[in-house]
Ligand binder design. Structure first.
Ligand code: GLY
Length: 368
């Protein structure tokens, strides 16, 4: 029996716990009950998660005398948009959710970001609990309070910082993910080792291939990732500095996702994985780290069966100039200058706006 691990996020009057372990959905009623002023919650989820896990969550709440209503939104990135945000907020108002109530975001990153944003703006802010059901959401998007929706201009361009009151990461639900979705989330796990913890990356090189089958190893990987994120968010909640390191691989990744129309050709975590490989390649070409670092990144992603280069993305890709233009929509751009997370070695990332266009073009060209 694997007991839940707890990572505390010490943000003063907005502090909260992230609980990580198998079977937490079945204990959700007991975990959430201490937060409630009245025994009722509103759950927002998507069609896929509802079909697989909603009745179990509602039964766990009922067992603790907590009534619940659920709204099911369509699965997929398209849900992170104004029309579904409107539908969600109006439904919560219709349910008469008050400021002292709790909204439960039950799903992957799309649901967590959308519902967190709805909670941030509903009655100028209601509390919410994240129950993330994908590896990507458990190690990244459910922790740290970034919420929001996409715009036709780019991803996550509309949103707010709004911290959850509790995160319940039930790592057993990850068994229902397709191998591809599981691996895409793994891109974000590897990112933590690459950005700030060489020892963790070494552990992943040795242990990541058994994360699908070994619950204790999976719990360690998720808890360690969450602990690293909690540390960064506590030091820099609104991304004035250090938090930007969490975007390792994202400048490249977001451009690749945009170029593929946010479609199933490239999942977010796959874009991050390719982006990490490109960021290390760029760092080596700029003389910031030895060639051994990008070789190790590439080898590990290949060992995991993940895409690691632009040539691994199926279908036609736009030319280098178009990709570089897409990078210009990145939220890290300052005064029109592209900013990259680069590295002096595995686990030693930093932010730089000192990248020469011809070096960048070389990196993109060689990854095709
Ligand atoms: N996903 C990056 C962050 O939370 O800052």
């Amino acid at each position: 029996m694997t007991h839940p691990a707890t990572v505390h996020v010490p943000l003063g009057d907005r502090a909260y716990d992230v609980r990580i372990g198998p079977g937490l959905i079945d204990r959700a009623g007991a975990e959430i009950a201490p937060l409630l002023r009245r025994p009722r919650v509103a759950i927002v989820t998507d069609d896929t998660v509802a079909g697989l896990h909603l009745s179990r969550l509602q039964a766990a709440l009922t067992a603790q005398g907590i009534a619940s209503e659920a709204l099911c939104l369509p699965s997929g990135e398209g849900t992170k948009s104004w029309p579904h945000l409107t539908a969600c907020v109006e439904w919560l108002l219709d349910q008469r959710i008050e400021r002292r109530d709790i909204v439960v975001a039950f799903g992957g990153g799309v649901i967590g970001d959308l519902v967190g944003f709805a909670a941030a703006i509903l009655r100028r802010g209601v509390r919410f609990v994240q129950i993330p059901t994908t590896l990507l959401a458990q190690v990244d998007s459910s922790v740290g309070g970034k919420t929001g929706i996409n715009s036709p201009h780019g991803k996550n361009l509309i949103g707010a910082f709004h911290q959850p009151s509790l995160v319940l990461a039930d790592i057993a639900v990850l068994d229902t993910l397709s191998p591809r979705d599981f691996l895409a989330g793994y891109g974000e796990v590897a990112k933590y080792g690459l950005l700030g913890d060489a020892g963790f990356f070494e552990w992943l090189e040795a242990n990541a291939p058994r994360l699908r089958d070994d619950m204790a190893a999976r719990q360690h990987a998720v808890a360690h990732s969450v602990a690293m994120k909690a540390g960064i968010v506590t030091r820099d909640e609104t991304e004035q500095g250090e938090r930007a390191l969490l975007n390792l691989g994202h400048t490249f990744g977001h451009a690749l996702e945009s170029a593929t129309g946010y479609s199933s050709r490239l999942l977010h975590g796959e874009g991050v994985a390719i982006g990490c490989a490109l960021a290390f390649d760029l760092s080596a070409r700029m003389g910031l780290c030895s060639q051994e670092a990008p070789s190790r990144v590439l080898e590990h992603l290949r060992q995991m069966g993940m895409p690691a280069a632009i040539r691994d993305i199926p279908g036609e890709m736009p030319d280098d100039a178009a990709l570089i233009r897409l990078m210009g929509q990145d939220k890290k751009v300052v005064d029109g200058r592209l900013r990259f997370v680069l590295a002096r070695g595995i686990g030693e990332a930093f932010v730089s706006d000192d990248v020469q266009p011809d070096t960048l073009e070389q990196v993109l060209r060689d990854a095709r």
